[in-house]
Each structure stands twice: as C-alpha cells, then as structure tokens.
Design a protein around this ligand. Structure first.
Ligand code: PDD
Length: 293
C-alpha cells in the first residue's frame, strides 16, 4: 500500500497537451466550463495501474461528447497514453487511483449559442482511490429519499452537478451517505450512484433511459449477474418496492457495490447486508482480481 491518501502538492495533471503540476494548472475565466458548466466528465478507476473498463468509459465519453456536440479531442489510444502517463508520473503503478477527466467546449466570448471555432479544454487528474470502507461492507450505507430535482438529461455526465450536490449535501446534513432519488413515483438512482434492489432473490435495477446515468459499474453488475445465472431485471422500481425490498445496493466507480442498510433511519429488512449482495460483492472482487493478473 502506498502512503498516498491525500492530494499532494506535487501532483501532476494534464491540461491541454501539457503535463504540469496540479497547483499550477489554470484555465481562463471565459472557459465555457466555468461560465456555463458547458462540458462533460468521467471518473475511471485504475487498480494497481490497470485502468478499469476503459473501453466502456471511453464509449460513454464519446456518447456524451456527441450528445452535446463537442468533437472528441483524442482518440482511444491518445486517451490511454495520457492516463498511463499520469499514473506513472504520480506513482500509482502499484496502488489504486481514480482518473478524473473533463472536457469543456473551451474559451469563447460569453454567448449561450455554441461558438463556431472554440478548442475544447481537456483536463485530467488522478487522485487516490481508497478501498471501500470495511465498516460499510459490514454495516451498510444509510440513505435519505428525495424528489429527483435534476434536469431531464441525467444520462449525460454533465459537469453541471448543482442538483446532485444539493441532494448529496442534504444527505450529509442528515448524517446519511447518499440520497436516493424518486421521479414520478419511481426510483431513478442516487445523487452519485446507481441503485439495485433484491426481492425474493430477484435483482432489479432501473432500465437505462434519460432519468439516470448509465453507470459503468451498474452495467458490470448486470453483466456479472447474467454470466453467473443470477436473475437481474432492468425495469422500473417504485418507491413502495424500494421500501419493501429485501436488499438495496448502490454502485459507482468509487463505491463499487455497497449495501444500503438504513433508509430514512429505518432498517432495510433485518438491517444487515444481504446474501445476494455478499455473493455479488465476491463476484465483483473476483472480476477485479482477474484483471490484475
Ligand atoms: N459518479 N449516477 C450518478 C449520478 C453518478 O454521479 C455516478 C458516478 C453513477 C455511477 O456511475 P459509474 O459506475 O460509471 O461510476 C451513477 C462519479 C463516481 C462521480 O461523480 O464522482
């Protein structure tokens, strides 16, 4: 294990073609990311220097760029070269980190209409990725439930996260780990995670549409379930179903697959992580291990 637990003063990032100290990285105040939150981002884990589900993350990146009409500034190989260089330069070859990348429409005179000729701003940094807290694996997460106040293109990984951070802050102020969101009576996702429930041995997760982010971890869990013969349905989940579930899980690149044991201060079933989660957690760890070899 490395001693790296916090962002260091010496960290190197990538900004517009250059590898420079993070503390020296600067963008213009006219960058449309700053002015309009006009951009998208990705968070990609790298375990012992190996980038996790790279193809899937880069496919989502491309889908997002296409959705907001920004040309992809790099091809798959160029992205990979940048990520690997940052892993190397920041000494994450033998420890875990997350790669954060952001592409904005670039610098232009303030105007809502897209500029004809701006050059996208490309920023990438790496941060330590701590293993999921063992306490969470034992005791589970605690969540609140809130109306999904976000916009109608939640499938886009927009850097405009005001709705998400307001909801996450509300969770923190209520001593909870996450806010589970409900739109038109159905559960969509968490403020920064996807959701799964288990009822009578059947795993369910909302189908992918514009109300939720197509999580890379979510897709992997569905893929693992299908491969291992666990029944997993991609379908709508009502608030009532959530409250009556035997198990509830959250997934993300940083949470992996974590059990939820308290909803609005009430236990989920017996208040302990369930057996289907334990099986999925084990399969997920096996999958990670298989990539390290
Ligand atoms: N968030 N839904 C939302 C709204 C998210 O922000 C995230 C991840 C997910 C899970 O997606 P994935 O499995 O691809 O990480 C679902 C990242 C980790 C973040 O914003 O930091």
């Amino acid at each position: 294990m490395s001693e790296k637990t916090v962002q260091q003063n010496t960290d190197i990032c990538y900004l517009n073609g250059e590898f420079i100290p993070l503390k020296d990285a600067k963008v213009s105040v006219l960058d449309r990311g700053f002015i309009f939150a006009d951009g998208i981002y990705e968070v990609i884990p790298a375990f012992s220097g190996k980038i996790f589900r790279l193809t899937q993350h880069l496919k989502r990146l491309q889908d997002n760029l296409t959705a907001i009409k920004i040309n992809n500034p790099c091809n798959e190989e160029q992205w990979q070269t940048i990520f690997n260089a940052l892993i190397e330069k920041n000494n994450y070859n033998n420890t875990d980190c997350s790669v954060y990348l952001q592409v904005t429409r670039g610098v232009a005179k303030r105007d809502h209409v897209f500029p004809a000729d701006s050059t996208p701003t490309v920023f990438v940094m790496v941060s330590p990725l701590a293993p999921v807290n063992p306490e969470i694996l034992k005791k589970g997460l605690s969540v609140i439930i809130r109306e999904d106040i976000r916009w109608q293109y939640c499938n886009i990984k927009s850097i405009s996260l005001l709705g998400n951070i307001i909801l996450k802050q509300e969770a923190a102020e209520n001593n909870a780990d996450e806010a589970i969101l409900v739109r038109n009576g159905n559960v969509t996702e968490g403020a920064a995670s996807n959701i799964f429930i288990v009822k009578d041995g059947i795993i369910k997760t909302p189908a992918k549409d514009k109300t939720l982010l197509p999580g890379i971890t979510r897709d992997l869990i569905v893929e693992i379930a299908q491969k291992k013969g666990l029944t997993c349905e991609q379908t709508s989940i009502s608030l009532d179903e959530l409250l009556k579930a035997d198990e509830v899980w959250l997934s993300s690149s940083t949470k992996e697959v974590s059990p939820v044991c308290q909803i609005e201060n009430k236990p989920v079933a017996d208040g302990k992580p369930g057996p289907v989660w334990a099986r999925m957690y084990q399969l997920f760890q096996e999958y990670k291990k298989s990539l390290k070899q």
